[in-house]
Design a protein around this ligand. Structure first.
Ligand SMILES: [Zn+2]
Length: 266
């Protein structure tokens, strides 16, 4: 038989300490005890929910995930995993927006073992420093690629009034320095440039020594920059943002050339 919310209330009542009857302020320990009981009961209640409660999208998603993963396992033999089962040697640390429309397959057909991915709203360094440091300082990726994108909701939010958002969301949006009222592609580019600047300051020595190149780009799935829909437009290399100068850089010209994929061994 399906459980109702009744047991939750019952357990809450059982958890009530003497202070309730005495109508005095609960001790910190009592409050914590109640919090733990509530959490436990809610967890039990949530896990007992039947199919009736399963959102159609959630069900569909899990079906798709399962099916796709089975297909993946069937079509990927041990030889596929062999190069990276014992370690990774990615060539880029990549910071992108968490937006569902932005994925690495738009610019890397073989990202496994190659891209160290870090994602958050607004592709900002401030709240992901540890992950980025890990990629740059521990995995020694020669490139830090920061990717913004057209129609970014985080940029739109940061350009507006987000005072009604929760603390954790405000904390992340606070790191995006874009003009109020300007939610378009210019602010997306500005944010990428800001993040590149921050990264260069953070990894100054590596940038100066040539160990690290910081590349800023916009994945333009709406063709806002008029360079073709879906293009990864490079807008910044180590602080250089002038389009004509960028076009002359070897690292930008390399994006027009073909190269064999690396054979990996660890
Ligand atoms: Zn975004």
């Amino acid at each position: 038989m399906k459980k109702g919310i009744g047991p939750v209330l019952l357990m809450l009542m059982l958890a009530m300490p003497v202070w309730a009857a005495e109508a005095s302020a609960p001790a910190e320990a009592d409050q914590e005890r109640i919090r733990q009981v509530v959490k436990e009961v809610l967890r039990e209640y949530a896990s007992s929910l039947g199919p009736k409660h399963l959102n159609a999208d959630a069900r569909g998603l899990m079906q798709n995930l399962g099916q796709d993963n089975r297909n993946f396992m069937r079509t990927h033999k041990p030889a596929y995993f062999k190069p990276f089962v014992d370690g990774q040697r990615p060539r880029a640390t990549v910071l992108t927006c968490a937006d569902s429309r932005v994925h690495s397959h738009a610019f890397d057909a073989t990202p496994d073992g190659d891209l160290f991915m870090v994602r958050n709203i607004g592709n900002q360094i401030a709240t992901a420093e540890g992950s980025i440091e890990y990629g740059v300082n521990h995995l020694h990726t020669p490139v830090l690629l920061i990717v913004g994108h057209s129609a970014c909701g985080a940029i739109k939010a940061a350009a507006g009034d987000y005072s009604g958002e929760s603390g954790p969301i405000r904390n992340e949006l606070d790191t995006l320095q874009v003009p109020k009222g300007e939610a378009g592609i210019n602010s997306v580019v500005l944010n990428v440039n800001n993040q590149v600047k921050r990264a260069m300051a953070k990894f100054e020595e590596k940038v100066i020594s040539g160990e690290l190149i910081v590349v800023g780009a916009v994945y333009d799935f709406r063709d806002d920059l008029k360079q073709g829909q879906g293009k990864l437009v490079i807008v910044n290399v180590n602080g250089e943002t002038d389009a004509r100068k960028l076009a002359q850089l070897e690292i930008v010209q390399a994006t027009e050339q073909a190269a064999p994929r690396p054979r990996r061994s660890y």
